[in-house]
Design a protein around this ligand. Structure first.
Ligand SMILES: Nc1ncnc2c1ncn2[C@@H]1O[C@H](COP(=O)(O)OP(=O)(O)OP(=O)(O)O)[C@@H](O)[C@H]1O
Ligand SMILES: [Mg+2]
Length: 264
């Protein structure tokens, strides 16, 4: 069975969720529950619905049918204020990292709190950060191993260093969960492993939910206690990696020539 902490609250609860883009069904009847301190990798071929699932979990996309609860609240009934708060508690690291290249590292990290502080509070922080804010950013940069880059221009950092800025920015939000969408696709295998391990360690230290989509199946199997396999918008398996049968992996990545036509 996947690792579950029965005493901890549910972070994401999806019941029979369907999500369409026009006629294309990106997710079909997905039901799953992810609790407080779980660390889960979503694997599956391109187009299987991984990003769509993450966007439902951070409330940037709404389902067409079914229900989604995020941190105990129904994602459909949130007021604009509640929506902003919910999003601020779910930190997302997008595939392109979403950093502003011309800003200093510390400024990119501060901008992680835009959901909590609002635009004005955030702008003030970007112009004249308080001493405690800078101390906190420095501590976060130490944790991700690049404290010497505090004042560096973000565009002057390597890809691996920029990923660490994105992790620090997510943590600055003081989230309950971190979602990461293929955060390691543009770096070499050693850096990919190191970042995935860092995020896993941080999730354990802070008691966070970690939900990450990954193309690197081996990395997903070795780093996560629970794997969700998506194919054609459906959950093919949801279990711990040591229970995976070779047949299930073959099925996950097997190419059907007419698969795209079936999805319409
Ligand atoms: N904004 C959109 N408009 C129309 N179709 C979309 C949109 N976003 C995704 N899709 C389609 O929905 C399906 C699922 O896409 P999604 O991005 O969730 O897949 P994915 O598993 O993240 O793929 P990848 O591994 O390539 O990132 C795909 O068929 C995709 O073409
Ligand atoms: Mg994707």
């Amino acid at each position: 069975m996947p690792e579950t902490t029965h005493s901890s609250p549910t972070t994401f609860h999806l019941r029979k969720v369907e999500c369409r883009y026009g006629k294309l069904k990106a997710l079909a009847s997905v039901s799953l529950s992810i609790k407080g301190e779980e660390r889960v990798a979503i694997v599956g071929p391109s187009g299987s619905g991984k990003t769509t699932l993450l966007r439902l979990c951070n409330a940037t996309l709404q389902a067409n049918s079914g229900t989604i609860e995020i941190l105990g609240s129904n994602a459909e009934n949130l007021s604009p204020r509640q929506l902003r708060l919910t999003r601020s508690r779910i930190a997302t690291i997008p595939q392109d990292l979403g950093l502003v290249p011309n800003l200093r590292v510390w400024q990119n990290i501060v901008s992680g709190r835009i959901g909590k502080l609002g635009l004005i509070g955030n702008l003030r922080n970007l112009l004249v950060p308080s001493k405690p804010t800078m101390t906190k950013i420095h501590t976060l940069l130490e944790r991700v191993g690049i404290e010497e880059k505090l004042f560096a221009r973000t565009s002057e950092l390597s890809g691996g260093q920029q990923q660490r800025v994105a992790v620090a920015r997510a943590l600055f939000q003081e989230p309950k969960a971190i979602l990461a969408d293929e955060p390691v696709s543009s770096v070499d295998p050693a850096r990919a492993t190191s970042l995935v391990e860092l995020l896993n360690d941080i999730a354990v230290e802070h008691g966070l939910t970690l939900l990450m989509s990954l193309h690197n199946l081996e990395l997903a199997r070795t780093s996560f206690p629970r794997l969700i396999g998506l194919r054609g918008g459906k959950v093919l398996f949801d279990q711990s990696p040591d229970q995976l049968e070779p047949g299930e992996l073959e099925e996950l990545y097997h190419l059907e020539p007419d698969e795209i036509l079936e999805r319409g």
